[in-house]
Structures are given as structure tokens and as C-alpha cells.
Design a protein around this ligand. Sequence first.
Ligand SMILES: NC(=O)c1ccc[n+]([C@@H]2O[C@H](COP(=O)([O-])OP(=O)(O)OC[C@H]3O[C@@H](n4cnc5c(N)ncnc54)[C@H](O)[C@@H]3O)[C@@H](O)[C@H]2O)c1
Length: 341
Amino acid sequence: MHRFQIVIVGCGQMANAWVNYAIARPDAAIVALVDIRRESAQAMADKHGLSCGIYTDLASALQETTANLVFDITIPAVHREVVLTALSHSCDVLGEKPMAPSMEEAKLMVDAAVRSGRMYAVMQNRRFLQPIRAYKHILESGTIGKLGFLTAQFFVGPRFGGFRDAMDSPLLLDMAIHTFDQARFLIGADPVSVYCHEFNPAGSWYQGRAAAACIFEFGDGIVFTFNGSWAAQGVPTSWDAEWRAIGSHGTAIWDGNHAPYAEVVVPETDAAKSFIAPTKRTEAEFQWGDRQERHDGCLDEMFAALIEGRDAETVCTDNIKSMAMVYGALESARIGQKVQL
Ligand SMILES: NC(=O)c1ccc[n+]([C@@H]2O[C@H](COP(=O)([O-])OP(=O)(O)OC[C@H]3O[C@@H](n4cnc5c(N)ncnc54)[C@H](O)[C@@H]3O)[C@@H](O)[C@H]2O)c1
């Protein structure tokens, strides 16, 4: 029998990546597909040539199969129900972001996971990229000196249709979780406060607020700012955001599309005597080996953690800190004041 007996819940658009990954693993078998719309689960089975059980509710699938692992790829409003059901059937859970549509629900899910002794880890595919690992190496290695200021720009204009169009805060809740998680990953620390202005810009086709400007303070004087809109047409940034990190000796850039690099003050320069100190360009070192990237890279890490009996990098007890950035920003926008995290 395969080591991982997987039930996949939510057979929408995103589920294809998860199904493909599970099929490719020799130690895994998909034992059931679940969707409240039976036809979606059946269509997923037909598309990928799966002969597993088809269900409309998770509890039945877990009772009637030998499942020990659940993939939660439902919409955010349903994640709590799925995760709690899976944990109560002694299954580990690997789920899509964001954990939940409220911080209270997310905390409840983390508590349940900790109590159960099972692992619940969250997909944060945008930190599993060769260039962001190389960019982090620039920041960690001291190439630009002591980090003081990190900025991210995120401007794209997708017309999704579906649940995002009706959300109150589609950008902050469904997308910025990625950029905030990337910032926490890059800085290697957690923020202490946030001030956020959230709004729906002119021309937006979203019902909710599709744009935001946020200022996060990290310890040690580090500031991270985020400017983003999901209703920005023309001259798009990368979906992985456009990054600028300013340190005491220079600046590191990652535009989200090309290799990161830095420009640092030439060491023998007496910078204080120059109007603009001369700098030298340094290319990023790619040291992350031949690992898989994006969803597959994050799933590789989650499965490695399950096999090695350790927490995954994006385990819920850590991921909730990225959630706290999202909900702190939402709270700040609501009250119009800086919020402590
Ligand atoms: N990591 C990423 O880059 C990324 C990208 C896109 C979406 N996502 C996330 O993936 C998740 C799914 O997004 P999507 O675009 O596939 O959405 P989708 O609407 O295409 O699919 C969701 C599926 O869940 C099913 N569903 C809803 N309620 C259910 C329930 N109670 N039980 C079983 N099935 C249920 C729906 O019928 C639908 O088939 C969301 O959390 C989203 O934020 C992540």
C-alpha cells in the first residue's frame, strides 16, 4: 500500500496542480476526490484518468477509505470545516492559502492541529523559487550591509470572476498573503506593527477593496512597505512582486521576473565625501540546487517534513504569522490607525 493515501477536497481550477503532483509521487495514491458539485469531482477524475471514489462530503470519504492525508483546495470560507474534519479523522492536511477568512478561525485551526498532533501546512508557493532564495541569500550574506528598508510593488489586473469578485478584501486576503509571507521570509523576522489604507481604485471591477498601501515595522528598525492593486491595467509587475531592499552599504533588486542583483558602495570609497557614492554591481548567487519550484517545490518540502517527522517550512503555526499581517492590515484600514501585531 502507498504510504500516502490522499483525499483531495475541492476540485476547481487550482486542484489540477495538486492532482498532478500526487499522481507523480510513487509513494502516494489518490483514494478519493470530494467536491460539493459531484460533477466537478467526476470531471477531475476523468481528466486525470483516476478511478478513485467520488464524494460530495469529506467525512464520508474519510470513513470509507484508508486516507491519512487530505489536500484542501476548497475556497477560503470552507477551509476551517475541511481542516477540522480531516484532523478529527487523524489525517495530516496540506491546504491552499489563505488559511481562513478570519484570524479567529485561523487560530482555531492552528489550535486543533497542535492538539491533534497532526501536521497542517499551507501552500505558499511564492517563496519556493530559485530567484527569491538567491535574493534572500543577498540579504542574509550582508552584501548590502544591515537591512533597513524593504519595498514590494504588486500591480496586475486579472478578471477572475468567481469568489474573488465578491470578497470585501480580495487583494489583501487572497493575494497579499503571498507577498507578506515573502517579506517575512526575506527579512527572517516577524513584524511588530502595521498601518494600512485599503481602497477600491477608479475603474475597479471588484465589489470589494482591490488596492492597498501598507507600512509594516519589523524589529531592529526595519520597515517593509507594500503597494498593491488587483485592478491595475497596463505595465504589470510580476505576480511575485517587484522588490527593493536597501541596506547600510547598498541596494538589492529583484523585479520578480529576472535574476536579482545588488549595487553596493565600492569598499575603498569614502562615501561621506561623495555626493553620490560610487557603487559596483554584484550578481545573485543561485545556490538552491536543482529543486522544484512553485507548487511542486512547496509540496516537496511538505512531504519531506511528513516523512522526516518535522514541521514543514509553511506549517500552520508559522503561517499564522503571515495571516496576522493580513488581518492586522485589515484592522488598521478599518480603524484608520496603526495596529500592533
Ligand atoms: N497558491 C496559489 O497560488 C493559488 C492560486 C489560486 C488559488 N489558490 C487558492 O486555492 C483555493 C481554491 O481556489 P480555486 O481558484 O481553485 O477556486 P475554485 O472556485 O475554482 O475551486 C474551489 C472548489 O471547491 C469546491 N467547494 C466549495 N465548497 C466546498 C465544500 N464545502 N466541500 C467540497 N468542495 C467545495 C467548489 O465546488 C470548487 O470546485 C483558494 O483557497 C485559493 O485562494 C491558490
